[in-house]
Design a protein around this ligand. Structure first.
Ligand SMILES: Nc1ncnc2c1ncn2[C@@H]1O[C@H](COP(=O)(O)OP(=O)(O)OP(=O)(O)O)[C@@H](O)[C@H]1O
Length: 256
């Protein structure tokens, strides 16, 4: 099957500092991949290179057959990638349903969606669709609530609904489990599984290996900007190079 996303021989340097070296990655449609590694290994930089926050120094990034290496970030989003907990941050002073409608706006491609003034027919249709998406996600009771009044775990789930209505085929989650209690974490795992059951691919940066094991069938390990291992979570966790990379860090205990 053709890759949804591929990175080929990607390098990134900030001045003289080589942060990513010869990194390649293939994400098939519907794949669920965890990106792990010690602090400062380059995980967030990989997300920034995929989404176009930073240009690559060299190498190539292809999304769904299109070379996106030199595209600005907003054009990359149009190719169906959404990054949660960063560039699709919720608007706290809008209601849950209004936040979901912002996601729909991202997807609006038809001419009448683009030009119709807010408040007319498309807006009503978007509201109905947004309510349906909240209902399907089990979050309908929060539709009218202002986001800043909602529990953190619910806010994270709302971000996923928004990415889904924006038509994301690749969902990139940056430390989704951070700051969640065990119950919220379980709810988030169940929710992510539900939101990606339609074949949305998942790329997750996460320190919580339990969370990664639950969600991902494949794990890529970065250390000092280089890929040092890739495989099923249980294989990768036994890899001597991976154990070495984690030695002496807080994550070593999780990875063991
Ligand atoms: N804009 C920048 N300018 C200079 N150096 C940068 C920049 N962004 C990241 N770096 C450096 O790149 C390296 C990788 O950072 P990155 O944030 O990608 O790591 P990470 O694996 O996400 O770490 P963490 O788990 O701590 O979030 C670090 O040495 C960092 O200081």
């Amino acid at each position: 099957m053709a890759d949804l996303l591929s990175m080929d021989g990607v390098h990134k340097a900030f001045g003289g500092l080589k942060v990513i070296q010869d990194f390649s990655l293939s994400v098939a449609p519907g794949a669920r991949i965890g990106l792990i590694g010690p602090n400062g290994a380059g995980k967030t930089t990989i997300f920034n290179l995929i989404t176009g926050v930073y240009p690559v120094t060299s190498g190539r990034i292809v999304m769904d057959g299109a070379d996106i290496t030199r595209l600005p970030d907003w054009q990359r989003a149009r190719h169906g990638m959404a990054r949660s907990f960063q560039n699709i941050r919720l608007m706290p002073h809008l209601s849950a349903v209004e936040n979901i409608m912002l996601g729909q706006h991202l997807r609006a491609r038809r001419w009448y969606d683009q030009i119709a003034p807010l408040g007319l027919m498309p807006r009503n249709r978007w509201r109905a669709d947004a309510l349906a998406a909240l209902e399907a996600a089990g979050l309908a009771r929060y539709a009218a609530a202002l986001v800043y009044n909602l529990p953190y775990g619910v806010q994270k789930r709302l971000e996923l609904v928004r990415a889904a209505v924006a038509g994301a085929r690749l969902l990139m989650l940056d430390e989704p489990a951070a700051g969640l209690n065990p119950t919220e974490r379980e709810e988030l795992v169940a929710h992510i599984e539900k939101m990606t059951a339609n074949g949305t691919a998942l790329l997750v940066v996460e320190h919580d290996m339990g969370f990664v094991r639950r969600l991902c069938e494949r794990v890529v390990v970065l250390n000092f900007g280089q890929k040092i291992a890739e495989g099923r979570p249980e294989e990768v966790q036994r890899d001597p190079q991976v154990l070495e990379a984690y030695l002496g860090t807080g994550a070593a205990a999780d990875a063991a």
